[in-house]
Design a protein around this ligand. Structure first.
Ligand SMILES: NC(=O)c1ccc[n+]([C@@H]2O[C@H](COP(=O)([O-])OP(=O)(O)OC[C@H]3O[C@@H](n4cnc5c(N)ncnc54)[C@H](OP(=O)(O)O)[C@@H]3O)[C@@H](O)[C@H]2O)c1
Length: 394
């Protein structure tokens, strides 16, 4: 509390502040200036966006992953702002705020997740890849006094809210994750044989970064989210269901043992789950995604087509295998998606590359962070070989 009795703003580090989630997080903190003070910002290479954010938010520290860009960033930020460069800087800024948003894309987010949890921060987690690849080591870091994960993914943010309606895990019958189905919902394998990068990036309900948008088109995103739900909420795989819901209004549901289902609804707007995670346990007074019930149309639900969207089952199997299998899955998928975005492989080959990669995982446990990093490196090399063997003729 300050001298006049008002609550002090919560200090926040925004890591990956220049991306889709990161820029929406900036919108959220600017909509609630009395609630948050941004103490650190970090991005990979986007000097101009980072500098503009620093000018608007006046953090103490700004970090850039590509160290060569640090001098240019230093010239562009307000005087007195500390500038850090290099990948180690991400972990450094993840130890600064009381709340740390991890909005980095991909496995590179692991150091942020680990540093935030090991230093007892609340982690607002958008970077699902770190939790999926590093499940057992992240779980251990989560036991650090003060450490806590509040998910940013809209589905897990929904589950987090729905679970507050019950009295603990013993009352939960099932978690039901909803999925929009992506741009290719309802298409056959034959119809999907010639889809382009542009087609895959045209998501019907969410505007997101390219990697997660491609993951949504293959349903790998939903497979990763099943593992994410298992890791976050400790519910076994047999009690996590996936249902296609094209409108993206019901963000997920919890079925309780008495037959009751509690769902969380809003218009698709990531600023709502971001604000929930940053502000937890209190809700923000800035509403995002509120529903106008008089104009809301029908809400539909259907089973996913697991034969066409093979990534969903591949991911669930890797999750059930546990240990380092999800790390191999994640690395295989990151390599495959990058190859698809670069025009090297077809969309339908993404599942083949991931399946080949996971098949080589030897079932070792993930004891230390280094085990996860080594598995990621080996899996990337395996996936790259799978890409080369299936590469399109130039
Ligand atoms: N977008 C969504 O609506 C959404 C929804 C749910 C979950 N998520 C999850 O949130 C995470 C971020 O997604 P996004 O869509 O916001 O991604 P994005 O738009 O591609 O932004 C990625 C951010 O990470 C930074 N970055 C890129 N490569 C990096 C590296 N090697 N090391 C450190 N930082 C790096 C980028 O910096 P530069 O700009 O400098 O490259 C940028 O700030 C992903 O894990 C995604 O699955 C996203």
């Amino acid at each position: 509390m300050s001298a006049d009795g008002r609550a002090q703003p919560v200090t926040v580090s925004l890591v990956g502040s220049t991306g889709s989630v990161g820029t929406q997080a900036v919108d959220v903190v600017r909509a609630a200036p009395d609630r948050f003070r941004v103490v650190a910002l970090a991005a990979w290479r986007s000097v101009d966006v980072l500098a503009a954010q620093a000018t608007a938010l006046r953090p103490d520290v700004v970090a850039i992953g590509d160290a060569e860009l640090a001098p240019a960033l230093a010239r562009a930020v307000p005087a007195g702002t500390e500038v850090l460069g290099g990948t180690e800087a991400f972990a450094e800024v993840a130890r600064l705020g009381a709340v740390v948003l991890n909005a980095v894309v991909g496995f590179a987010g692991l150091s942020v997740t680990m540093a935030a949890l090991e230093s007892g921060r609340r982690l607002a987690l958008a970077n699902k890849e770190s939790l999926i690849a590093g499940g057992p080591v992240v779980a251990r870091a989560r036991c650090t006094p003060g450490a806590e994960i509040v998910p940013v993914d809209s589905e897990h943010g929904a589950l987090h809210q729905c679970l507050r309606a019950g009295n603990g895990p013993g009352e939960v019958a099932r978690l039901v994750l909803t999925a929009s189905g992506g741009p290719f919902r309802g298409r056959s394998a034959a119809q999907l044989s010639a889809v382009t990068v542009q087609d895959a990036l045209a998501h019907p309900t969410w505007a997101m970064g390219p990697k997660i948008t491609v993951d949504s088109s293959t349903l790998m995103n939903k497979g990763l989210e099943v593992i994410e739900a298992h890791e976050l909420f400790g519910v076994e795989y047999d009690r996590i269901a996936v249902i296609i819901h094209p409108q993206s209004v019901v963000h997920s549901m919890v079925e309780f043992i008495d037959g009751s289902t509690v769902a969380q609804l809003s218009q698709p707007d990531m600023r709502l789950p971001i604000g929930y995670a940053l502000g937890y346990p209190d809700r923000l007074r800035a509403p995002f995604g509120a529903i106008d019930w008089s104009s809301l149309g029908p809400l539909n639900f259907e089973e996913p087509d697991r034969a066409v969207f093979r990534c969903l089952d591949i991911a669930e199997q890797a999750g059930r295998a546990g240990g380092l299998a999800p790390a191999w899955l994640n690395a295989g998928n990151e390599v495959a998606v990058a190859a698809f975005l670069a025009g090297r492989i077809d969309w339908s080959t993404i599942a083949d590359v991931v399946a080949d990669t996971v098949a080589d995982c030897d079932g070792s446990p993930a004891r230390e962070v280094q085990d996860v990093i080594d598995a990621d490196r080996r899996a990337r090399a395996r996936a790259e070989r799978a890409v080369r063997s299936r590469e399109r003729a130039a």
